[in-house]
Design a protein around this ligand. Structure first.
Ligand code: HGY
Ligand code: MN
Ligand code: MN
Ligand code: MN
Length: 415
């Protein structure tokens, strides 16, 4: 951590994490604050107040993003944008996304205290709903900012039958106005996101910073297996059309796909649910939820064909039919090389060692890359853990990330 880091900065970051994580769902594990939930709604006013305390001019856009603006000396120039998200996964931790929002607010404060204002406006954004949710769609706020949320996305339904459009309405946002985000329609100079690595590499390498090279693409699918309901006690094993067995074969096929991936490819099946609730009926209808990720676009583009064929063949051998609903959550996105160089130079100027690193997690930066040259700065995650209560990054590491962010923003301001 650069010696210039003040105790006030450390204190503000530490209390910020503690106070924000206090908004969580007491009925769920960890620090759960899912999008559209009551703890999430309650936390938004807190975040907006933090931005105001840091001297930012705050508004909430039609997509539910909180925007804090720090006026530059030449407000007509395309603005700089930084930020991240404060929603969590179910059972999530206190740092994923939160580091980027609190860190950006602190960076804005430090830029003001430096006495040398930026030329460009700086927009600090807390994007609505970055985490993939019960509707199977991540990055809601940044997707809207990039005009990438599709009308048909609003018809996505969760397991209760609630549509995404209704969820927006219930939360108080007008589904018809979600793309009406003027700040994101103006020309933007660059976007930089500070985030935890959510993996073990920086800690293993003993490095305080990573500069992201590319962000993984994600292909998701729901497979529906249709067999035949039969008496579990009187139907011979050969005569069964067991949908659960077909799903089990599919879970293993997804795993094999991930294990066979080139570098930074992974595959996960996160849920298998059978319609029948009785323990003495051969399952006839089973749904399975899976995702495959890679920073290798060529390999990722072949996943749908390979897995569809493999799973259908195995299910067919069991007399089970299978249907697929595939969706691309996002394609592989490369960070802008110029922004990477500028972020690396900022770290060098602070005497901070760093490494180039791909991101196996997706971020709001994926969608902001459609609006401006994008870069990301990572700080270490203890034990590489994330999306769980054990997620941890030290306040000192967060402050180091903030210093690198300040240097990067200042360098970008001059380009
Ligand atoms: O799923 C992800 O990679 C991110 O945490 N939303
Ligand atoms: Mn609790
Ligand atoms: Mn995140
Ligand atoms: Mn996450």
């Amino acid at each position: 951590m650069p010696p210039s880091t003040s105790q006030e900065t450390l204190d503000r970051l530490g209390t910020g994490v503690d106070q924000l994580s206090a908004f969580h769902d007491g009925d769920r594990l960890g620090w759960t604050r899912e999008v559209f939930s009551e703890p999430y709604r309650a936390s938004r006013d807190w975040t907006a107040a933090r931005m105001r305390e840091a001297g930012l001019d705050v508004h909430v856009d039609a997509a539910g993003n909180i925007i804090g603006r720090l006026a530059g000396s030449e407000s007509s120039a395309p603005a700089l944008v930084t930020g991240s998200h404060t929603d969590t996964v179910d059972g999530g931790g206190r740092f994923d996304g939160i580091v980027g929002v609190l860190g950006s607010i602190e960076a804005a404060r430090l830029l003001q205290e430096s006495g040398t204002p930026l030329r460009r406006d700086l927009l600090v954004v807390d994007f609505l709903g970055e985490e993939s949710n019960v509707f199977g769609l991540s990055c809601l706020g940044s997707r809207c900012a990039a005009q990438e949320l599709l009308k048909e996305d609003l018809d996505r339904r969760d397991y209760r039958g609630l549509s995404l459009g209704q969820a927006y309405t219930d939360y108080g946002l007008d589904p018809a106005r979600l793309l009406d985000v003027p700040w994101a329609k103006a020309p933007l100079h660059a976007f930089v996101e500070l985030h935890i690595e959510q993996g073990p590499t920086l800690e293993k390498q003993g490095l305080p910073l990573g500069i992201v090279t590319a962000i993984t693409g994600i292909e998701r699918f729901i497979a529906t297996f249709t067999g035949a309901a039969d008496h579990a006690g009187t139907t011979s094993m050969d005569d069964r059309r067991d949908a659960m067995v077909a799903a089990a074969e599919a879970v293993l096929a997804v795993r094999a796909e991930g294990c066979g991936a080139p570098t930074h490819g992974v595959a996960t099946s996160t849920r298998v649910e059978s319609e029948s609730r009785s323990p003495n009926v051969v399952p006839s209808l089973v749904r399975m939820y899976s995702e495959v990720r890679s920073v290798d676009p060529a390999w990722l583009s072949g996943v749908k064909g390979r897995l569809t064929a493999e799973i259908a063949a195995k299910a067919g051998g069991l007399g089970v039919d299978v249907g697929f609903e595939w969706s691309t959550d996002n394609s592989v996105v490369r960070a802008d090389s110029g922004v990477q160089d500028i972020a690396g130079a900022a770290a060098d100027a602070l005497g901070l060692p760093w490494m180039p690193i791909p991101s196996g997690a997706t971020h709001d930066a994926v969608h902001m890359a459609a609006l401006a040259p994008m870069g990301m700065i990572f700080i270490p995650s203890q034990g590489g853990k994330s999306h769980c209560p054990e997620e941890w990054s030290s306040t000192e590491d967060i402050a180091t990330g903030v210093n690198a962010l300040v240097g990067t923003l200042r360098n970008l301001d001059a380009t």
